[in-house]
Design a protein around this ligand. Structure first.
Ligand SMILES: [Zn+2]
Length: 242
């Protein structure tokens, strides 16, 4: 299984190509786009043909996780022969995001996700878990025949990756802040991300969704200390094997 980071800037876009949240997960012929943050659609096209997407997952409707779905919509309807591309998203997404679209046409086949729901997309099994974040927000576990990836989406400390089976091969965890800079309780610090991944016996930890004003070196040091081994900080176009 491959994880490709399209964007990882926390909550707003950073300078120099700092797209917001978006990832590709690839297993064989299956490619899933998880979160369509601003700036991720241009990056996506550097890694995959849109025609090769198997489906799209929106973990929640904060703009930094969903607005490039509008670009995908335009591409699918007017720039391709695609139709009914599967989109897995919170139940009200089609209506709420539709406020800016007169008509979705048959661009997407919408599927509602919910706490504990499980779906199969091609060669990957997905399971969702409601996190501690204001709009309905879902962490997602992706399982192939051999590997398991857990993406926390956005969450405060009231939810943990321990909601899934322990021992994931890779945990991609939000770590918006550092311990000494936590202006809001709806996100994690790098220390909290490391502690949770350690408790869940994750094999590897990649930190993401870093607030652009936070020093990345401090975040990596803090996360590595609490996780117990070196963590990786996500960066646009990072490609890693799960
Ligand atoms: Zn959010």
């Amino acid at each position: 299984m491959d994880l490709i980071v399209l964007g990882c800037s926390g909550s707003y876009g950073a300078p120099a190509g700092g797209a917001c949240s978006g990832y590709l997960v690839r297993e064989g012929a299956t490619t899933i786009w998880i979160d369509c943050g601003n700036g991720t659609f241009p990056h996506l096209q550097e890694h995959v043909a849109v025609e090769d997407l198997s489906g799209v997952v929106l973990t929640h409707l904060h703009p930094d996780h969903c607005v490039d779905l509008y670009s995908l919509h335009v591409y699918v309807r007017y720039g391709s022969d695609l139709s009914r591309l599967p989109v897995f998203a919170p139940a009200y997404s089609q209506r709420l995001l539709g406020a800016l679209v007169a008509d979705w046409g048959d661009a997407f086949a919408w599927h509602a996700i919910d706490n504990g729901a499980a779906v199969t997309i091609g060669e990957l099994g997905l399971r969702f878990s409601r996190t501690d974040h204001p709009p309905p927000t879902y962490a997602v576990e992706l399982t192939s025949r051999e590997k398991r990836l857990v993406y926390t989406s956005d969450t405060g400390p009231g939810w943990s990756v321990e909601a899934f089976e322990p021992g994931a091969d890779l945990v991609l965890s939000e770590a918006t802040y550092t311990h000494d800079h936590r202006p809001s309780a709806i996100h994690l610090s790098a220390r909290q991300a490391g502690e949770a991944a350690r408790a869940a016996r994750a094999r590897r930890l990649v930190l993401t969704h870093l607030w652009p004003q936070i020093d990345p070196v401090t975040a990596v040091e803090e996360g590595s200390e609490s996780f117990g081994e070196a963590v990786t900080l996500a960066a646009p176009h990072l490609v890693t094997k799960v």
